[in-house]
Design a protein around this ligand. Structure first.
Ligand SMILES: Nc1ncnc2c1ncn2[C@@H]1O[C@H](COP(=O)(O)OP(=O)(O)OP(=O)(O)O)[C@@H](O)[C@H]1O
Length: 526
């Protein structure tokens, strides 16, 4: 019997089929051109009598998704003879093939953060249209063709489902009855894959979390390493491994955000709406705190990190040795101190030791006034914003009078305002922590304000942002009446906490007014 591919005609409806782009269980996909207009598309072709008519299902979802960022346009669809076809935007490579072709054991953190931000955003859009994807995987996310090569597109809605009934507008019901599994072996959530639960929004998000962890794990998630299970017994083993894998083991060595996201998804209730924006911001923060630009553009291949280190430490030491040796050769007449060879040798040894000690320390940020002059050159792993904030922070503990603290607060405001992103990143929280401690009692341990938000995010976004607005507005009004440093410390603490809990972690206009009021009041309370 001829295979399906051999049977597929060269012309379907008005589309000339060219090379095959891929094929799946239920059909094939071709590059195709319109015979009249020349428009080039990806044509998804499937037999009309296929036992799993995914094209028919997909056709039903595309109209609701049109216009969304990263959602392919459906140009045409129909049935021609025995072929069911969908003509959609021609896109670029899938994340799966980019990852494989890179030949790397893991993907770089910046790319993974961008994938996280974009994938979560795609889910937010699909879910806002009442649709679950239910088959999130690397092969179902592609980049666009130029000029859209930095955008990730969702494809393959063959397993999608409406979770909001279009007539009653109610969420689909949960069920205790185990159901047949729909999705993929690698990334479908543990609940859906291993426990037979009804998929909902939380499961799409969990699949994204697993996908991200997979990309950062050498050789990938453990249950993906033996390939697709060929027998029921092998599938059962895979499900057991997946079910028993603890988030802390899966995410060992990765930034906390990944474990937190996985735990968060697993805690969500069946009908609960995930906090998409919160997680997008988490990954934006994560990227920023590792010195990457605050952008979700997926740039592939990943650009080489730009080293901003001015000079290698060893060569600086060698330079110093050369200077000292030259000085040693100079005739200094009466003044023998610098000309003394033992002094020079000792100075060179000391300089080299100092350099070595410096390079052993991870990132040493000096708070002295001399190096403050040159704060335009952050270490390679830091953004200028993070660097400036860190430099301000280390000046706080040695600043004992209120007028000087007030100046530091003004500098903090300046740094935050000079940046396009007003997100209070880790280093900003560290400044507020230091300020709080200094105002309260420098000898007492103070709990950091920027703690995990997993506990807080179950509430709705609206609620947290309302809370933030209310608290910050109050702080802004009351700061001028503060009678003591201790009261100011409490206010700084409230400000930090409420900003940490808010979905954007951004400093609002009221937030800046509060900080300006704080700087003024510090001067008043001298
Ligand atoms: N619009 C597109 N532009 C370019 N390539 C595409 C496009 N859509 C799909 N592909 C390629 O074809 C492959 C299969 O596509 P898709 O997942 O939509 O088909 P499928 O038959 O549902 O596959 P599966 O059974 O594996 O889920 C993709 O991994 C991708 O490489």
């Amino acid at each position: 019997m001829a295979s399906e591919e051999e049977e597929i005609p060269h012309l379907i409806a008005n589309w000339w089929l060219q090379e095959r782009l891929g094929s799946g269980y239920s059909g094939s996909i071709f590059k195709a051109a319109h015979v009249h207009t020349g428009k080039v598309v990806a044509l998804k072709v499937q037999r009309v009598d296929h036992e799993c008519p995914t094209n028919r299902y997909e056709r039903g979802f595309y109209p609701s998704l049109q216009g969304g960022l990263g959602m392919p346009t459906l140009w045409a669809s129909g049935v021609e003879g025995m072929w069911d076809y969908l003509a959609i935007d021609l896109l670029g490579a899938s994340l799966d093939s980019l990852y494989r072709r890179s030949g790397k054991e893991t993907m770089d953190l910046r790319s993974v953060c961008c994938i996280a931000m974009q994938m979560i955003s795609r889910l937010e859009f699909m879910h806002s249209k009442g649709i679950l994807h239910r088959d999130i995987q690397l092969g179902n996310a592609t980049i666009g063709l130029p000029p859209n090569e930095n955008t990730i597109y969702m494809i393959d809605f063959g397993f999608s489902k409406r979770y909001i009934d279009p007539y009653t507008h109610r969420h689909i019901p949960d069920s205790k009855v185990k159901r047949d599994f729909i999705g993929n072996y690698w990334f479908s959530s543990v609940g859906v894959h291993c426990r037979g639960k009804v998929p909902s929004r939380r499961d799409d998000l969990e699949a994204v979390a697993l996908m991200l962890i997979h990309l950062l794990t050498p050789r990938g998630l453990s249950w993906t390493r033996n390939g697709v299970p060929k027998t029921d017994a092998a599938h059962e083993i895979l499900k057991r491994d997946k079910r028993l894998a603890r988030p802390e083991d899966l995410c060992r060595g990765l930034p906390n955000e990944f474990e937190e996201l996985l735990r968060y998804c697993r805690k969500l209730k069946f009908q609960e709406c995930p906090e998409y924006q919160h997680w997008i911001e988490e990954f934006m923060d994560l990227a920023e705190s590792h010195g990457y630009p605050s952008s979700s553009d997926f740039i592939w291949p990943p650009p080489k990190p730009v080293s901003t280190k001015p000079k290698s430490k060893v060569s600086a030491a060698d330079d110093l040795a050369k200077v000292l040796n030259d000085l040693g050769r100079m005739n200094l007449g009466e003044n023998q101190t610098l000309a003394d060879r033992t002094n020079v040798a000792q100075a060179v040894r000391q300089a080299k030791q100092d350099m070595r000690r410096d390079s052993d320390m991870q990132t040493v940020i000096s708070g002295d006034s001399e190096s403050q002059e040159n704060d335009s050159v952050p270490p390679a792993s830091m953004l200028p914003k993070a660097y400036k904030l860190a430099k301000l922070t280390i000046r706080v503990p040695s600043t004992t009078d209120n007028a000087a603290l007030s100046e530091l607060v003004l500098e903090f405001i300046k740094v935050m305002k000079s940046n396009t992103s007003r997100t209070l990143i880790k280093d900003g929280f560290a400044f507020l922590d230091a300020l709080n401690k200094q105002l309260e009692d420098p000898s007492v341990f103070v709990l950091p304000m920027r703690t995990s938000r997993s506990k807080d995010v179950s509430g709705t976004r609206t609620k947290t942002s309302h809370t933030k607005l209310g608290v910050v507005a109050r702080l802004q009004r009351e700061v001028q009446d503060a009678k003591s440093n201790r009261q100011l410390a409490t206010m700084v603490q409230d400000f930090g906490r409420v900003t940490n809990r808010s979905s954007g972690r951004t400093i609002t206009k009221d937030g800046f007014s509060f900080l300006e009021g704080l700087a003024r009041q510090l001067k008043v309370l001298q």
